[in-house]
Design a protein. Structure first.
Length: 195
């Protein structure tokens, strides 16, 4: 019997894949992993769904395939779709970063970060807007800064980053502790609140 269903948007590698596999460790839980280019995963309770958010037909098919969920974790950019509110999801989590912080980026020594910072800023604003629009329906929407993680992008900064397996446990600790009073908050991976 399935007790919990979580959708992980952008689950093809790194953080998203790590989250999907971590969640699938609980056999009574179901994970819906969306990927632009689907791959076969060995976990029997992970359902892989093709989702290319730049393709309207792909978005429509994915929306039709996903009927309900308890949690939605957005690890990739997300397109607009009114069906989001038609499912029973009550928690929406955006994986963000501190790159959109104006004060942290002034005089930053980290090369070109414009595209990443811009997409994360948009995601943070979307989280706030979803909070404003959905809180009266019982939704909790937050952003989480994962810190420096050993991913394709994180490894560019050199060794010493947190392994994705450790990160997903910390993300899920935050997610499991969420309540409606946490809406629109920006969490650091240690559970503290970022401005």
């Amino acid at each position: 019997m399935i007790s919990n269903t979580t959708i992980v948007v952008g689950a093809s590698r790194d953080i998203g894949l790590g989250l999907a596999k971590f969640l699938a460790q609980s056999p009574q839980d179901r994970v819906i992993a969306t990927m632009r280019k689907p791959v076969v995963l060995s976990e029997p309770n992970i359902q892989v769904i093709q989702l290319d958010q730049t393709n309207a037909v792909s978005v429509e098919k994915a929306a039709e395939a996903i009927k309900e969920a308890d949690n939605l974790i957005v690890n990739a950019a997300m397109g607009e779709d009114e069906r989001l509110t038609e499912i029973s999801t009550k928690r929406i989590i955006f994986i963000s970063s501190t790159t959109p912080s104006l004060t942290k980026q002034v005089d930053s020594e980290w090369g070109l970060r414009g595209p990443d910072a811009t997409s994360k800023a948009a995601g943070n604003m979307l989280a706030v807007q979803f909070h404003n629009e959905l809180r009266d329906r019982g939704f909790t929407v937050v952003s989480i800064h994962p810190g420096w993680v050993a991913t394709d992008m994180g490894n560019l900064a050199g060794p010493g980053a947190m392994p994705a397996t450790e990160l997903v446990q910390k993300i899920m600790k935050i997610v499991k502790g969420l309540s409606t009073v946490d809406g629109a908050k920006f969490f650091n991976i240690d559970g503290t609140i970022l401005p």
